[in-house]
Design a protein around this ligand. Structure first.
Ligand SMILES: *[C@@H]1O[C@H](CO)[C@@H](O)[C@H](O)[C@H]1NC(C)=O
Ligand SMILES: *[C@@H]1O[C@H](CO)[C@@H](O)[C@H](O)[C@H]1NC(C)=O
Length: 261
């Protein structure tokens, strides 16, 4: 009989006052608990500050992630002028595929008359603000390149892929590389590491799926023949000429393939 009014009052009073009361009395009865809360709070603050400093130094952060190893994605950024000399007008609509693609896409977007898109094959768990904005605008996509790409044939003039293929087994390469050559109208550039080079740290392996398999140029050329991909001799020549006039020291092997249509 007396339950009803009680229940109504509880709902009516509900909100902050009884809750604060409970917390207060608990804190009084258990100093350990309040110390615990303080420690957790302090850890959260430290964690927040640490995270903040990490994203402010975005570039350094992404560099150090590949610490001790070669990054061909970094190399793509260095050779943009060389690629321009090699491909001229074909540098107008570019798709870059590879880890840290945001850094390449931002660099390409700074070039005159160049549109650029990116596919990031791995999670973007610590992307900085400018990268997040590229993702929001749909310029950079996170997509597993083992599966069909969401683009029509010849969508891009040039497709550049760095590092990502070193992490795929031949079974997936068989599908992915011809697909990349199909969405390009003028060419596909592959940058890949040399055998024996040190790659991403072991701690990155869960993210990257499997250890990098760095294949020799003989392996790649045999692979291109098997999958009916042809090297573009004229592009190879122009690229080598441009490289020879440059102080740039190559840390990656570059292949220039004709599109597949
Ligand atoms: C890849 O394709 C080539 C040619 O079609 C074939 O000879 C080879 O066995 C394939 N490799 C794998 C791992 O499926
Ligand atoms: C080969 O590459 C050059 C750029 O150096 C390009 O102009 C030409 O269209 C490409 N040829 C083919 C068949 O893809």
């Amino acid at each position: 009989m007396s339950r009803r009014p009680n229940a109504t009052r509880r709902i009516g009073d509900g909100g902050s006052i009884p809750f604060v009361g409970t917390l207060h009395s608990r804190a009084q009865t258990s100093p350990l608990l309040s110390i615990g809360i303080f420690v957790v709070g302090a850890l959260l603050v430290v964690g927040y500050l640490y995270h903040g400093s990490g994203s402010r130094s975005g570039d350094i952060n992404s560099l150090s992630r590949l610490e001790g190893g070669v990054s061909c994605t970094l190399e793509v950024q260095k050779i943009i002028p060389i690629l321009k000399k090699t491909y001229g007008d074909s540098m107008k609509k570019i798709l870059h595929v590879g880890p840290e693609t945001c850094s390449v896409v931002s660099q390409l977007l700074k070039q005159e008359d160049t549109e650029a898109w990116g596919i990031e094959p791995y999670e973007l768990d610590d992307a900085d603000a400018s990268c997040k904005s590229l993702v929001r605008k749909g310029i950079v996509r996170v997509a597993d390149i083992k599966f069909p790409l969401p683009y029509r044939p010849k969508t891009f003039s040039l497709v550049i892929v760095s590092d990502a293929l070193d992490y795929l087994s031949p079974k997936y390469l068989n599908k992915t590389v011809p697909q990349l050559a199909r969405v390009a109208s003028d060419g596909l550039v592959i940058l890949s590491g040399y055998p024996g080079q040190q790659r991403a740290k072991v701690s990155e392996l869960s993210k990257w799926g499997r250890p990098a398999k760095l294949r020799s140029s003989t392996w790649w050329i045999r692979f291109f023949i098997q999958t009916s991909l042809e090297e573009n001799e004229s592009a190879v020549k122009k690229f080598e000429q441009a490289v020879s006039k440059n102080p740039y020291k190559s840390a990656c092997q570059a292949f220039h393939l004709k599109p597949l249509h």
